[in-house]
Design a protein around this ligand. Sequence first.
Ligand code: GLN
Length: 258
Amino acid sequence: MKTELRICHLYSDLLNLYGDRGNILAFMYRAGLRGIDVRVTPLTIGETYDGDQYDIVFFGGGQDAEQNIIRRDLVQNKGEAVKEAIEKGKIFLCICGGYQMMGKYYEEFDGNRIDCLAALDVYTVAQKKRLIGNTVYRCDFLEGSAAQGCFEPNNLYGFENHSGRTFLGEGVRPLAKVMTGAGNNGEDGTEGAVYRGVYCTYSHGSLLPKNPAMTDYLLENALKQSLGEDYRLTPAPCEIENIARLQRETCKKGLTNP
Ligand code: GLN
């Protein structure tokens, strides 16, 4: 039987800053290397979210204005079903603005508070000065991924641009440590957040095209839920991605321009 992966792209028409759709393309590319079909369903304001219909939920980043626009629909229309799916361990990848909307609130630097989904024990407060630049974040769970020969698999190479500073509560753990960049708040050296199957990061770029170990990790964990705990993604090469990763390493050492 042909395996199919079902992805829900939340607010793909509103929260899609810095080409975050590239993450969907990376899922499609690396699933395709294993002959796995991918069906992507964009879901926007006014549309119902049914958690059992999807294996992965993707939630991209966006400007404060768009976060204000989607808030009511996220909290009042999709909220309970999204929280239920999270408690069931469904795989979510949330980037920057999408990450912030999963928390308790996002306070814009003018003091306007956006009450968010409160699915994760985090909150965000914006400041006037934006945190912008290339990033390297280091995880501790990607060593054994199916991305064959991935250069430094635990490194996440990306780009950040956010005014929000996010602080983690007791119930969540950081996704990674900051090697280069600001991460969650430019103070405590943490980056992103993980709660059950929800993976959040400030890394645009987009994140997954340059980070095949993370892509494969999320794919494998999503497919385990429909194919069983013993399911393992077959190993697949990542030469193309390694070119981009090695280039980031050389520019990190200031040897060439990014
Ligand atoms: N608007 C949010 C902030 O500025 C998120 C930005 C983003 O998604 N890049 O922090």
